[in-house]
Design a binder for this molecule. Sequence first.
Ligand code: CA
Ligand code: CA
Length: 527
Amino acid sequence: MRQRKHSWTNSIKNFFVSWLICSFIFGLLFTFIFIQHKESEKAAVRSMAERVLFDLESQLDIVDEFLRQSGSFDTQCSDDTIRHIRQFVFKTPAVSEIGIVTPRGDLVCNSFGVLAKPMYLSEPIKKRGLRYHGPIISEFLQVPAFVLSRTRHDGYEVNALLPTDWINDTLHLRKYKALDFVAVVDTDTGVPVFLQGRYSLPLNRKIFPLRRSIEMEGLFDDQSHKYLYIKPFNSVPRLAVVVSKPARYLGMPNPLWLLVLCLLYMASWAGLVVLLNYYDKRLLSSRTLLLDAINRAELFNVYQPLVNAQNQQVEGVEVLIRWMHPLEGELGPAYFVPEAERDGTILELSLYQIDLALRNLKPILVENSHFKVSFNVNGFLLMCPSYIKKLCEAKAVFNNLTIELTERDVLSEAKIKLILKELVDMGIEIAIDDFGTGYSGLQYLQSFPIDLLKIDQSFVASIGLDNLQSPVLNAVIEMAEKLDKKLIAEGVETAQQAHYLLERGVSVHQGWHYYKALNINDLKRVL
Ligand code: CA
Ligand code: CA
């Protein structure tokens, strides 16, 4: 069929349509996964920052708590005071030294004992609250340390030294893989006080001074795209933890996931192409097309009159099928019946044809109950119980019912003989269509219940011509006479042919000489 020719362009179209659909769906899916993943990774970065903050701040809180209590210390550095601060240094890993400074700025004692000669540092700041400075190198331990201090009501200052090693250990990047850097930053100036990793945060006025936690994503001074999270300490708001992660890794699912997603994408694409092609094929398959045409009543019957040549009376009709195709116009059976025979749609087609003939011809039968009606049948149809049932229905209406079979159909199945016998018992007449064109012997004519032979139009066409087929026609006529079979001549196109046949006793003709196949309205008019 013509639609088949479009299958290539259809395949290409399906290929692109599938690609578009899959790309759209997987694009959305990937974007969703990307965003989800990115958010969860950001949350992971924030939780790392919280962990660092917690580790540091839990120690700072202990130190601060101690410094608050130091208001009750004996500033003369009694043995009790020294013991007390030593005990604290001993049990607090973050603290290496505690010192007491007079309002004039002299360090008078520390956890090592009372200084023989006070050491001038600097006058304590009058401001209340916890302060930090450093890192400094402690005179006593000679290690870099970070100083936390509080000024008491009496102007004395108590301070605690936290070795930077301890802070660095707490910050250590190895614990937080994939982070760019972890830093403790002075939130007023933006200067990192402690740092692990490659710090690249600018001293941005927009960020510092910092009062609350912020997150941001952008291009940094080192030309890399980063995600950043900063959160100030609760106990020392001048300090904040800053963590950063390269943004190019944010949101990117792991390669295995990507591979699975790609494979799924390809598989869906291929699957969709196959599905669309299958659907197209189904849509274009002759069976579907024909069944749709039947449902849309695009198929209709035409009736080829059987004319008695002696009196020119129409004795009956052979029922033929046509298709009023919406695009291609009226199609003869040669365009769709062979395909329907191959895929079995001939059954639905034939059932529909009988129903239609019953509707069309009923008024004619009221006028002429002996009106002959002939259907073309094949071996396959005779093996279908639903078709036989339909024939019985037809027989109840058409008194003079004939079925036309070719020699090949008659001989196709052993069971056919029994079925034909049953049909004959019901009063249905069996005709051999296109008689003389088969290559089988003629014995079946005696063993099968056959009444009627339809002489093929090729023999009729040979009348008056001197060719190989002309003598065969005469032989067929003679044989039919001897076997007592009725004859109908098909394809009678000229008066000469009609005359010749009539002379030899073949009186029932069909062909253009009389009528073409007529639609029901024309048939009614003719009758
Ligand atoms: Ca026929
Ligand atoms: Ca025929």
